[in-house]
Design a protein around this ligand. Structure first.
Ligand SMILES: Cc1cc2nc3c(=O)[nH]c(=O)nc-3n(C[C@H](O)[C@H](O)[C@H](O)COP(=O)(O)OP(=O)(O)OC[C@H]3O[C@@H](n4cnc5c(N)ncnc54)[C@H](O)[C@@H]3O)c2cc1C
Length: 389
């Protein structure tokens, strides 16, 4: 499993796990707590073992393994620890299983990953690695691998898609719009995201969200912000050329709007987290009647709100849409000041709205937590919970 980075965010409402599963997770957590301070050693042993058991898996990773660092082991351990939360975990694992078809992962690779993980843990824990702990890790890993493999086997789509860069435009010093024309249409829904590999950074897959609804010509528009020290985002913003070929994994994600539900919609977007929400707005724009949509679009300063003029133009043509810009400092007239979490909760709990939150993991975490405190029901809040840190 090469899910790069997964981080815990507020959980959706889920069933209570049976006591045996809770005990299993306790054993896993306690043993991991002992290994975690030695993550680098665990990781080095893990990769050494994995590449010996299944040499073909080396091709799933970047040439420079430094870039990969400890991500895979952290991601693996994170999902292993979540087997007591199947309502959150299973849909994610199924997406991950489908996504991993892009690498050419086959069942024997899962086996090798499980063996390497357990061997690395055993070596690190020494005498603390008991048969009960081993059994807990093995069972949890088997559950995960089974879910991923079943989903992969049931997927009829191609394992990946290719698309050519048709346009690359700098929107600001650290932000670029890239328009892709895929060879074959990519069957995404508005609000989903895809893993992407660009030729400047082979095998460093990153998630990006199309900012448009599916179009008749199949083209996709991405908005990419270069993050400080970012391997892939900086390469995309600075070095993308028209004609570059990008590779895409299958579309994933659960941000949707149910127009039939009769509930209004609150959208909360931080930075390029706007993209999947713009995609949903683009889709709503195809209908005459829509639920009322209230969009809070936030950044640190006015300059961060790169799409504001376009959004205002959309709102003036579509009375169902209200756009509220939010900045953390020096708010101009007509803007609200504060973090998105501050500003949105000033209006109360939004009990009549379905809420969609999109942005950095920190922003999602802060916003969802504050909304829960303000009284918003968790089942009315949607976000993509497995994301980078
Ligand atoms: C579901 C989802 C959808 C996404 N959609 C988009 C999108 O449409 N447009 C877009 O530009 N990005 C998007 N991202 C973020 C993107 O996938 C990358 O994580 C981001 O571009 C950084 O990758 P990198 O290789 O440049 O940085 P890395 O080399 O992986 O990291 C370099 C440093 O930057 C930090 N970092 C990583 N990501 C961020 C971030 N988002 N904000 C601040 N610091 C960060 C890391 O912690 C690290 O310190 C999305 C992420 C997810 C999970």
């Amino acid at each position: 499993m090469t899910a790069d980075r997964v981080s815990p965010l507020p959980r959706s409402v889920h069933r209570e796990a049976p006591p045996a599963v809770k005990a299993m997770v306790r054993l896993i957590r306690d043993s991991w707590a002992k290994a975690e301070p030695h993550l680098t050693e665990v990781t080095l042993f893990f990769y050494g073992m994995l590449f010996t058991l299944a040499p073909a898996t080396r091709d799933f990773f970047p040439i420079n393994m430094e870039v990969q660092r400890n991500r895979m082991v952290r991601a693996l351990v994170h999902v292993v620890q979540m087997v007591d939360q199947p309502d959150d975990l299973v849909p994610f694992l199924r997406q991950l299983g489908r996504d991993h078809r892009k690498f050419g992962v086959v069942p024997k690779h899962y086996e090798a990953i499980g063996t390497a993980l357990l061997a690395a843990m055993k070596r690190q824990l020494g005498p603390d690695w008991t048969p009960q702990i081993e059994q807990a890790w093995a069972e949890a890993f088997t559950i995960i691998a089974r879910q991923m493999q079943e989903a992969a086997a049931a997927d009829d789509n191609p394992p990946n898609w290719l698309g050519k860069v048709a346009e690359h435009r700098r929107l600001s010093w650290d932000l670029a719009m890239v328009r892709i024309e895929p060879e074959l249409p990519i069957p995404f829904r508005a609000g989903q995201f895809l893993s992407v590999e660009v030729p400047q950074r082979p095998r460093l897959w990153r998630y990006l969200s199309p900012a448009n609804a599916p179009r008749p010509d199949g083209s996709l528009e991405f908005h990419v912000r270069a993050v400080n020290g970012g391997w892939v985002s900086r390469a995309i913003v600075s070095h993308t050329q028209v004609g570059d070929v990008w590779r895409f994994g299958p579309p994933v994600g659960r941000l949707t709007i149910d127009r039939e539900r009769g509930r209004d919609v609150l959208m909360i977007a931080g930075g390029t987290g706007l993209a999947p929400l713009q995609s949903l707005l683009d889709e709503l724009g195809q209908f005459g009647e829509n639920p009322k949509v209230h969009l809070f679009y936030g950044g640190r300063t006015r300059e961060d709100l790169y799409a504001l003029d376009g959004l205002r133009a959309t709102a003036s043509a579509n009375p169902w849409l209200t756009v509220r810009p939010v900045v953390e400092q020096d708010a101009p007239a007509g803007f609200e000041q504060g973090t998105l979490a501050d500003v949105v909760t000033r209006y109360g709990a939004w009990p009549k709205h379905d809420v969609l939150v999109s942005g950095s993991p920190a922003m999602i975490r802060a916003t969802v937590s504050r909304m829960l405190v303000a009284g918003t029901a968790l089942e009315h809040i949607k976000y993509d919970p497995f994301t980078i840190d």
